[in-house]
Write a protein that binds this ligand. Structure first.
Ligand code: FAD
Length: 465
């Protein structure tokens, strides 16, 4: 372990500090889910290692092949890379881009510049674990070493806390007690200068070059600069009211930092430090949500197959055949179920590539508990659209709602009407997203089937209860 949470890989015959050809010392910072200069242990580690650093991003064929590169996240990623490149140029450097297999390309670049060490963030998916292992072996075969940094993607590294005799926490409350008592590493400053050696680079990718298809029209701008602007606006106002207002669908009073956290434009570590310094009930509630993020990451790190398989058996009704329910699933995807609050949330997702957490909970419950469609169907649709689409948070939240995950009350069912009454009491959220119903005043908008009006809006696909 490195000081303050960094983790050293096994050193398998690494080249000397002067690099492969003995002429100069260079290291490689391989950017993955940490597209930022501030508080980045990977970049910091690489700069501590050597006077010259290659800040490398590989447009990884494996990510595209896994169906994980979709238009919304591709557009956001293109913004992130352009912003990272601009920030590096301000410091005398630039981003080096390669395309292809991430392991082969990283080894090629490391060999080209004679780097002794490649630095990488620890991450939790099965894919990330295989990438790390392949990279370690391939670099070692060439006499180089891999240094893997914990605490880059999450605030508390997965595995840093676990119940006695177990590899992860399955229940959030005891996890949170331990998590909250952990001391976090200090926030790292952005480097003032970054010296990059001569090395071939591909062009910065554009959104269409990363994935085909049209991004959602209301997508946020990606990148560390945009993340800092959002963070400042968040801390200046809504954060203080977060404890009371985070479930208010129309109030839109959450941070919307999730895509920036997913791509690592801002670190969870820094957010926790800043919120604790800010203090108050809103900041406490916000820190707790950040702990949920770490919680799901530690579950996935211990059980990578939970991305695709039930974490535990479902005790409520069995899944129904989705072929027979194809029409209902299409109505759900398109926001035409006839339940206004469900449809509003699904249309927000299509328009913004983002959905309010309360919306996510109730549409996921509708699909998995009311229609009894397997959570994987909903999780896939979310991953196709969410700009914050994240294997740990998405799959494990879906499992949580579906009753196959970590909810201690796996059989609860959210009733869309009572959810609407509680979290959209005046109906503003529905009117914002379902224009066919915009003329209906007040909470009556949640039960259009009761109105004697000629509406171009579908009847409920299941009997309202
Ligand atoms: P805030 O309320 O401002 O919270 C701050 C941060 O805390 C978030 O950005 C997020 O990183 C974290 N957080 C908040 N709630 C949760 C939670 N329940 N689980 C894990 N982390 C949380 N979040 C994703 O980042 N990616 C996903 O793919 C994703 N899929 C989801 C699918 C379902 C079915 C559900 C119920 C939730 C999902 N979430 C996902 C969690 C949550 O809905 C989003 O993180 C949140 O809505 C993002 O908005 P925000 O940044 O304004 O959140």
């Amino acid at each position: 372990k490195e000081a303050k949470g960094g983790k050293s890989a096994k050193h398998e015959g690494g080249k000397g500090a002067n690099g492969a050809n003995g002429a100069r010392a260079v290291s490689v910072a391989l950017f993955t889910a940490d597209l930022r200069l501030r508080d980045n242990p990977v970049l910091h580690g690489a700069l501590r290692d050597a006077p010259e650093v290659v800040p490398l991003f590989v447009v990884d064929d494996g990510v595209r092949a896994a169906g994980f590169r979709v238009p919304n996240r591709a557009a956001f990623l293109a913004d992130c890379l352009a912003d990272l490149d601009a920030a590096l140029r301000e410091r005398g450097g630039r981003l080096v881009v390669a395309r292809g297999d991430v392991v082969a390309e990283t080894c090629r670049v490391a060999a080209a510049v004679g780097a002794a060490t490649v630095h990488l963030a620890a991450d939790v998916s099965g894919y990330a674990a295989r990438r790390e292992e392949r990279l370690r072996v391939a670099l070692a075969a060439d006499g180089r070493r891999l240094t893997v940094h914990d605490g880059t993607v999450t605030a508390v590294p997965p595995g840093a806390i676990a119940p006695q005799g177990k590899d992860h926490f399955a229940v959030f409350s005891p996890y949170f007690r331990r998590w909250d008592a952990m001391s976090l590493r200090d926030v790292l400053r952005a480097p003032r200068t970054v010296r990059v050696p001569e090395v071939r680079s591909a062009r910065l990718p554009t959104a269409p070059g990363l994935a085909s298809g049209t991004p959602s029209p209301g997508l946020p701008e990606g990148g560390e600069s945009a993340a800092r602007r959002r963070l400042r606006a968040w801390e200046r106002g809504p954060l203080d009211a977060y404890a009371d207002r985070h479930d208010d669908l129309a109030g839109d009073a959450t941070s919307r930092l999730s895509p920036y956290l997913h791509f690592g434009c801002v670190s969870a570590n820094e957010l926790v430090h800043r919120a604790r310094r800010h203090g108050g009930a809103g900041a406490d509630a916000f820190v707790r949500q950040l702990a949920w993020r770490d919680f799901h990451h530690q579950v996935l790190a211990a059980r990578p197959d939970a991305a695709h398989r039930d974490y535990r058996d479902r005790r409520s009704e069995p899944w129904r055949n989705t072929d027979a329910l194809a029409g209902a699933v299409t109505a759900w995807r398109e926001g035409r179920t006839g339940f206004p609050v469900v449809d509003a949330a699904m249309r927000q997702l299509a328009h913004e590539g983002w959905m309010h957490n309360r919306g996510r909970l109730l549409v996921a419950s509708f699909l998995t508990k009311t229609l009894n469609v397997h959570w994987r169907v909903g999780a896939r649709h979310f991953l196709d659209l969410l700009v914050d689409g994240d294997l740990a948070n998405n799959q494990l939240n879906w499992q949580w709602v579906a009753g196959t995950g970590n909810d201690t009350r796996p059989n609860r069912v959210l009733n869309p009407l009572s959810q609407a009454r509680r979290f959209d009491p005046r109906g503003d959220y529905v009117r914002r997203w379902v224009p066919e119903l915009a003329g209906i005043e007040g909470r009556a908008v949640h039960r259009p089937w009761r109105l004697d009006a000629d509406l171009d809006y579908p009847d409920p696909i299941v009997e309202p209860w």
